[in-house]
Design a protein around this ligand. Sequence first.
Ligand SMILES: Nc1ncnc2c1ncn2[C@@H]1O[C@H](COP(=O)(O)OP(=O)(O)OP(=O)(O)O)[C@@H](O)[C@H]1O
Length: 615
Amino acid sequence: MDPASKDKKKNILTTLKKFTRFLEPSKYILFLIILLSGISGLVGITGSFLLRPIINNYIVPGDVRGLGYAVAVLTVIYLSGALSTLAGNRLMVRVTQKIIYELRMDLFHHVDSLPLSYYDANSDGNIMSYFTNDIDTIENALNSCFSIMVQSFVTVIGSIIMMFVLNVPLTLFTMVCFVVILFIIYYNSKVSKQYYAKRQQYSGDLNGFAREMMEGQKVEKVFGHERENLKSFHILNEDLRIASTKAFAYSGVMTPMVVSIGFINYTFTASAGALMVIKGLIDIGTLASYLIFVRQFSVPVNQFTQQMNLFLSAVSGMERIFTVLETEPEIDEGEITLSPAKTDKTGNYVKADDFTGAWGWETPQLDNLIPLKGDVRFHDVTFGYDSNRKILDGINLYAKPGQKIAFVGSTGAGKTTIINLINRFYEIYGGQITYDGIDIRDIRKKDLRKSLSLVLQDTHLFSGTITDNIRYGNLEATDEEVRGAAMLSNADSFIRRLPNGYDTMIKNDGDNLSLGQRQLLAIARAAVANPPVLILDEATSSIDTRTEELVEAGMDAIMKNRTVFVIAHRLSTVHNANAILVLDHGHVVERGTHDELLAQKGRYYKLYHGMMQLT
Ligand SMILES: Nc1ncnc2c1ncn2[C@@H]1O[C@H](COP(=O)(O)OP(=O)(O)OP(=O)(O)O)[C@@H](O)[C@H]1O
């Protein structure tokens, strides 16, 4: 065996071994299913074998009573076989759904815990296809393969034993055919598995492309990219067509070949057996029983091969799913958590049983809590999305509680990247980021992110009502708090004008709302979270002046008494910032208030006077 095929076999076994953890909880039912499938297989063998005594003892001598008795026994045997098959199938359907349910849950949970870098490297469509294509193939295989393969296996082995019992020379010839059939199956499965794996990969790519195209419909239409998109889709579709054709062609020839060899075997053994009967070497009952085994023999082998294809494509699906399940999730070694806080008699900041309106950082080392204030500092921070390209280099900045810090700089300067690091969406290479004096790596991510709210220019809305979407910022918020947040952020007036007000359903990521309205909802969502630190990415997209005023007023309202980081796309909005940081190629090149920076007559001055472009 060549090393490559040895590796593949090892891979299949390793994948199956990994998959046993999903089978483990249902192991007793699976054992029962194996037993029931085995009974179904044995019933077929027993029925065929009994034909010999029935012919020899009742039909040839003409014993009608005895024949009636034998038919009754056969009926009971076949009925018990049918009942075993039925019970096995019913149980398998239930077990399959249980296994698939657990697999989907694990997959979703894991995909949800992966770092953003994983999403940067994998297309949405490809990730989606784990939940659709791959899970579907595993479901199909579990539904049918398991019991049919056990049943076929028992039938094949049982038939071989019975054929040897009935006649050794004829069976030796049948065995030659059997080996040829096994060789065809082995070779065919080996080749078709490769194409099944490719097919699944291409199908993921195709889904990804179609999804991207649907999401970017407006851009596609505006730039007239229909023809190019069709061309790219054609290439992906062609790859999928070729891989699918090869996969199905290889697996498709297996059945006719196995059946043909079965017929050759049948013709030969029937002729040779008939001669043996004429010569008196065997009796007619033995020949009839033997021929039924030969006839039946190719059916389970054939079934086995068909199920093998399903099984192999399910293994490809499992392999793909395990590569996701084994991807390192977002690391979170932080132990410091947020707790409701109160001040005790001695003036210490301590843990409160209920929420008092204040939060504190609870550390394993200290009895008292560290007050949550919103003091964020960068100390010599260095970062790159991939190891060979530095995006931020030696960034130092501080934001004291309640201060407004604005980032300005040309596109690609690193403004969004700084925000990504405060949230710990990505890990820094060098330096340190502190929050209220604590290294953010020591804070549990969930708690760190709870203390920050993010308003992005490209607002993401979920399917649900307007209220649900605002409440996304704080799931415990009451309806009054949701309305309060909407009022504070100026979203209330437009919401109330909608036909169903706060109960209006958001469709397709907010397609039924204007850009400005979506921004207002995002601000309301941040307001309801009520965090000490707020990160705002100003909208660059032109919204009408009236809505723009509303958005700006909404932002101003929620900025009060919080530390705010603003990515400014218009210099008119940063006048009142406590500090403006001008970024260029990952470095802070200027810092100061609006007046200080104008006085410096540097880059900010040029930007402000239109001597340089901001974006
Ligand atoms: N997910 C990512 N993976 C790899 N590189 C990235 C990623 N996001 C951003 N970059 C790169 O990092 C650099 C800084 O990008 P960043 O988004 O921080 O710029 P920005 O100042 O916010 O720009 P803009 O004003 O256009 O939003 C750019 O060169 C960009 O190509």
